[in-house]
Design a protein around this ligand. Structure first.
Ligand code: SAM
Length: 337
């Protein structure tokens, strides 16, 4: 099957965050390797890099990433001691993974998380992520994980189904959808994304918005299921603290999120990480305080680190035009003291 390749979101902005103008990047972890779009660009822009570590829960993604990384290495002039290691691993295990890797006990200089799914995952109907293509009700990013969307829809308690639609999908009609899903169990349950979409369409019949109406509802329902199947929000909250612990002094963690639930977690975790007492908020004047880092506008200084993006960075209009997926993206960056 032809798969549209993944376009890395806010690539220029991510490269600016890890620009070696201030601190050379000798070690870097990409927690969400995907198609290695960001990873390849980082490797090519940082000849001083000695250690690159890439992680992804999806072995298919990792296979593609590995060949892209090899190509990036062959097109650049890496450090003579450069090593690129890739692991099929959930980023929630970053701390234990890094303790197994030699010579980074003092921490890594940069960590990137680019959350959510890759285009390869969404565009493969067999993964069950797509609202518009029929496939199994799977939605696992890690194909070894035991829980599938089908299990939630057909056997979780009614109230739990409703809760995830409300809390993870922010869906106003959650109660009606919950009832329709539970009713479908009496006819043998739901076993394909097409059957789920039919249920959603029947629940949105007669509501405002026509086709856009049911597609928007279906998108929210699919988001809710995906978050639950992959335990995305808890994993993110726990992992942000673990990632910060793994940074070297002066190291940076950059996180790209794609919906408000994720962004809220990143924003709140960053405030907590830098220390309960936020000491001050500095207004940086472009080109005066720090000519090298014009992307930094307002920072928040805490006792453990600095939030370099008081407000998140969002994609340019140009990027939103050529990459629809970027439209909801928000980039937040934190630096360890
Ligand atoms: C948006 S894509 C990353 C794309 C990548 N930055 C690029 O430029 O090609 C997100 C990737 O993160 C992976 N992923 C999601 N949650 C993960 C987790 N908890 N641990 C490790 N990988 C995860 C997904 O399998 C997917 O391949």
């Amino acid at each position: 099957m032809m798969q549209q390749s993944h376009i890395p979101v806010m690539l220029g902005e991510v490269l600016d965050v890890f620009s070696s103008n201030l601190k050379p990047l000798s070690s870097f972890v990409d927690c969400t390797l995907g198609a290695a779009g960001h990873a390849s660009a980082i490797i090519q822009s940082h000849p001083e890099l000695k250690l690159f570590i890439g992680m992804d829960v999806d072995p298919l993604a990792l296979r593609m990433a590995r060949s892209r990384i090899n190509a990036a290495i062959s097109h650049s002039h890496p450090h003579p001691n450069f090593q690129a290691l890739t692991f099929v691993k959930n980023f929630r295990h970053i701390r234990s993974l890094l303790t197994q890797v030699d010579h980074i006990s003092s921490g890594v200089d940069g960590i990137l998380m680019d959350l959510g799914m890759s285009s390869m995952q969404v565009n493969n109907p067999a993964r069950g992520f797509s609202v518009l293509a029929n496939g199994p009700l799977d939605m696992r990013m890690d194909p070894q994980a035991s829980l599938k969307a089908e299990d939630i829809l057909n056997s979780w308690p009614d109230s739990e189904v409703g809760r995830i639609l409300r809390d993870y999908g922010e869906e106003r009609n959650w109660r009606l959808l919950q009832n329709k899903i539970v009713q479908a169990r009496l006819q043998g349950g739901l076993h394909s994304t097409g059957e789920l979409v039919d249920v959603i369409r029947s629940a949105t019949l007669g509501t405002k918005g026509g086709r856009q109406g049911w597609i928007k509802t279906a998108t929210r329902v699919f988001q809710a299921l995906r978050i639950a199947v992959n335990d995305e929000l808890k994993t993110l909250g726990d992992s942000l603290h673990a990632c910060f612990d793994c940074l070297a002094p002066g190291g940076r963690l950059a996180v790209i999120s794609f919906h408000s639930l994720e962004d809220r977690i990143v924003k709140q975790a960053f405030l907590k990480i830098i220390g309960e007492e936020v000491r001050n908020s500095i207004r940086k004047v472009e080109g005066v305080e720090d000519e090298k880092e014009l992307w930094i506008r307002q920072t928040i200084q805490g006792s453990n680190g600095t939030i370099l993006t008081k407000r998140p960075i969002t994609p340019s209009e140009k990027e939103e035009g050529f990459n629809r997926r970027s439209r909801s993206a928000k980039l937040r960056v934190i630096q360890k003291l």
